[in-house]
Design a binder for this molecule. Structure first.
Ligand SMILES: C[S@@+](CC[C@H](N)C(=O)[O-])C[C@H]1O[C@@H](n2cnc3c(N)ncnc32)[C@H](O)[C@@H]1O
Length: 440
């Protein structure tokens, strides 16, 4: 029986990864979360419903470990104990009763998806409710009509411009809940390049994306937006006799967003100039032979999917209750704007990064979906284009990137787009850049 790896701190100083084939994030990650995941796969001690159903979480102790990690992200792990976790195989979940440390006083319940070990936020007792029960506070009755109480997330976030070197799944767990006002990102491609095979299977890739979306949900304020630039991926054929395969990543991503508590708002199409996709070779065969069935459209669009963190409140509520009404006024979009979901923008290229999105795309998203001084997060930051767009529109930014060489680009280029304010940026897991020249 394989032992789970011991807990080690995230190595933020790791140098260049192996070029040819990167290890799977799921197999190599040595954080406690990953240890729990590994443990759940290998510990089949007793036959049980969980085993028969082929759940990922098969034992009581695994369920407790996951619950402990979840509580730790809210700094509640020392205040809460567990009742006996039970499998509910009608809904394929584990239910872990949460009790006040050293007593039988029940303060809530944590509900886990038994198949993938994700904590189901909608069904789990909210951390602030657990906290107030622990403190013995009287729970407020639901607000009466027209008397909505000022929620926690309506305070302005105190987060300052930050750059983090590390795995965003982990880094997000360290961030205060509801401290972010907009998320804009473009996720890593699933095996888009054979030399960067990060994930063994597409299912592993989706599981990773789901955990990241889940953790993003925690840090995003109620009713605010998560915008994702994503497109289908072409897996090239291995030999002439085989067909290439196209994977509809955006549609699978949509499913994950909905499962993780986001409402679908819009599908914007970023349209590139015609001819942009011809280099991929798609459509050339048909152009030569003109046989039906061989027709393949050359893709010149990418999706910009827009989601809103689920809330029963209208968008108007977010505007009226914004803590800085002057910022709301100053953020009005005057003059021309995009009236349709077709956004025509030239693609961008960076000599040291294979997949940057254009600054213009990031600027539109930031302008349309946030207010001045809001906090904009990009969990897959690459060269930091989102940070650049945010800063140019007087928003704050949090950039997370796990490749040291891309963090190096952000560090090097930042003084040119942020100027003297670079010295106030918090760099975590990496050195702050030398700003002596921009300060003169
Ligand atoms: C499509 S690129 C984003 C490029 C970015 N939009 C830009 O304009 O520069 C995705 C980035 O996610 C990074 N990445 C992949 N997995 C990650 C993870 N688990 N945590 C943080 N960054 C990750 C990759 O190194 C890559 O730079």
């Amino acid at each position: 029986m394989k032992k789970p790896p011991a807990k080690r701190p995230v190595d933020y100083t790791a140098t260049k990864r192996h070029k040819k084939r990167k290890p799977s994030v799921l197999r190599e990650d040595t954080t406690e979360w990953a240890a729990v995941q590994t443990a759940t796969r290998h510990k089949y001690r007793t036959p049980s419903v969980a085993m028969n159903r082929k759940y990922a979480v098969t034992t009581v102790s695994d369920a407790k470990k996951i619950a402990k990690t979840w509580l730790a992200s809210f700094k509640l792990e020392n205040a809460v104990d567990f009742g006996l976790p039970e499998v509910d195989d009608r809904y394929h979940v584990w239910r872990v009763p949460l009790v006040k440390q050293g007593s039988n006083y029940r303060v809530g319940e944590l509900v886990l998806d038994a198949y993938n070990s994700i904590v189901l936020a909608e069904e789990t007792t909210k951390p602030d409710v657990i906290e107030s029960r622990l403190l013995g506070r009287v729970e407020s009755s639901p607000a009466k009509d027209g008397q909505a109480k000022m929620p926690e997330q309506m305070q302005a976030s105190f987060v300052r411009n930050t750059v983090i070197l590390g795995d965003c799944e982990q880094a997000l767990l360290e961030m205060p809940s509801q401290s972010v006002d907009l998320i804009f990102t473009s996720p890593p491609y699933f095996n888009a390049r054979p030399e960067y095979e990060d994930y063994l299977t597409y299912e592993e890739y989706l599981l990773k994306m789901r955990r990241v979306i889940h953790n993003c949900h925690q840090v995003l304020s109620e009713g605010r937006f998560f915008v994702m630039n994503v497109s289908p991926v072409l897996i090239r054929r291995a030999s002439r006799g085989e067909a290439s395969k196209r994977i509809a990543v955006p549609f699978d991503m949509h499913r994950l967003f909905v499962k993780e508590g986001f409402d679908f708002i819009d599908d914007i199409h970023w349209v590139k100039p015609e001819g942009a996709g011809w280099a991929t070779g798609r459509g050339r065969r048909f152009a030569a032979d003109r046989n039906p069935l061989q027709y393949k459209a050359v893709p010149v669009t990418e999706y910009v999917l827009v989601y809103r963190k689920h809330t029963d409140k209208l968008i108007d509520w977010n505007i009226r209750n914004h803590p800085d009404q002057q910022a709301v006024k100053d953020s009005k979009i005057t003059g021309d704007y995009e009236t349709t979901n077709l956004w025509r923008i030239h693609p961008a290229f960076h000599a040291e990064h294979p997949a940057v999105f254009p600054l213009e795309l990031a600027k539109r998203v930031v302008r349309y979906y946030s207010f001045k001084n809001d906090v904009v997060l990009d969990p897959f930051a690459g060269t930091g284009t989102t940070g650049r767009a945010a800063a140019s529109l007087s928003r704050r930014f949090i950039l997370i990137e796990n490749e040291p060489q891309y963090i190096e680009i952000i560090r090097r280029e930042m003084p040119s787009w942020l100027g003297a304010a670079t010295k106030d940026v918090l760099f975590m897991g990496c050195e702050a850049p030398d700003t002596s020249s921009v300060l003169l």
